[in-house]
Design a protein around this ligand. Structure first.
Ligand SMILES: CC(C)(COP(=O)(O)OP(=O)(O)OC[C@H]1O[C@@H](n2cnc3c(N)ncnc32)[C@H](O)[C@@H]1OP(=O)(O)O)[C@@H](O)C(=O)NCCC(=O)NCCS
Length: 220
């Protein structure tokens, strides 16, 4: 793919993002305009999109959290305050991946990789310790009658199964550390499960402060 760039999300992207999200998750309610505006106000640096000359191709959305507050079981609705980002905590040293999606017509061409690279650059630029996310497991439903979600994930890690999301995330350098039940209960493909994954920032300097700048530019 050529001419793709990653940049911070702008208010004028909102209608296209809602349309894209509705196409990607027909059975999961999309964000509404007010939620997206609030997300941009609370943590503009954490909201990024990929685009080319044809328009928006995908987005990645993040908040900052104190991970120790969230190690118990929680749902997507809990940690994101139902998409309002009230739990965004600028004192936290963990960048938490709230959402990532790519236009179905552009998937498998490296857009997701560029968005993940954008997130890693953000984590480094802000001197955050790590990225944590709960990833969907859309390949699980097909195997749910035969095995637990934990065993399904092990088989993905062993290379016996390919999961459209987890296999991608493992190849992006994330490590798996557990399964979260009832993360998005409406997510029938994943039977509500999500995998907990983490990427550690190799450049993290614990003695230096978090850097919050308006002008984070992506080298993509
Ligand atoms: C998960 C998702 C974001 C990945 O985005 P993507 O743009 O398809 O990701 P990429 O193209 O970078 O990588 C996907 C695969 O395509 C392959 N690929 C990348 N560029 C390629 C190219 N030029 N030619 C052939 N294959 C390529 C990658 O190797 C990767 O393979 P893998 O999954 O076996 O590792 C996307 O599939 C998506 O939006 N899914 C639906 C929404 C969703 O479930 N999001 C996750 C929320 S937790």
């Amino acid at each position: 793919m050529s001419n793709i760039r990653v940049r911070q999300t702008r208010r004028e992207d909102i209608p296209a993002l809602i349309a894209l999200q509705t196409r990607i998750y027909p059975t999961i309610p999309p964000w509404n305009k007010l939620d997206l505006l609030t997300q941009l106000e609370k943590f503009p640096q954490g909201q990024i999109v990929a685009e080319d000359e044809s328009g928006l191709l995908g987005c990645a959305s993040s908040i900052m959290v104190m991970w120790d507050d969230w190690t118990d079981e929680h749902s997507w609705y809990d940690i994101t305050s139902a998409g309002t980002f009230d739990n965004h905590n600028p004192d936290g040293r963990t960048l938490y991946g709230v959402e990532v999606f790519v236009d179905p017509e552009s998937q498998g061409q490296g857009v997701g990789h560029l968005l993940y690279e954008g997130r890693r650059q953000l984590c480094r630029a802000m001197n955050l310790k790590r990225i944590i996310a709960c990833g969907r497991l859309p390949g699980y439903r097909e195997h749910a009658a035969d095995m637990s979600a934990e065993f399904y994930v092990r088989k993905v890690i062993w290379g016996d199964f390919n999961d459209p999301v987890l296999s991608f995330q493992l190849r992006e350098g994330f490590s798996y550390f557990g399964v979260m039940p009832d993360y998005i209960p409406e997510d029938a493909e994943s039977c509500g499960y999500a995998s907990l994954i983490v990427w550690l920032n190799p450049d993290y300097e614990p003695d230096l402060p978090v850097v919050i700048r308006d002008d984070i530019s992506f080298r993509i």
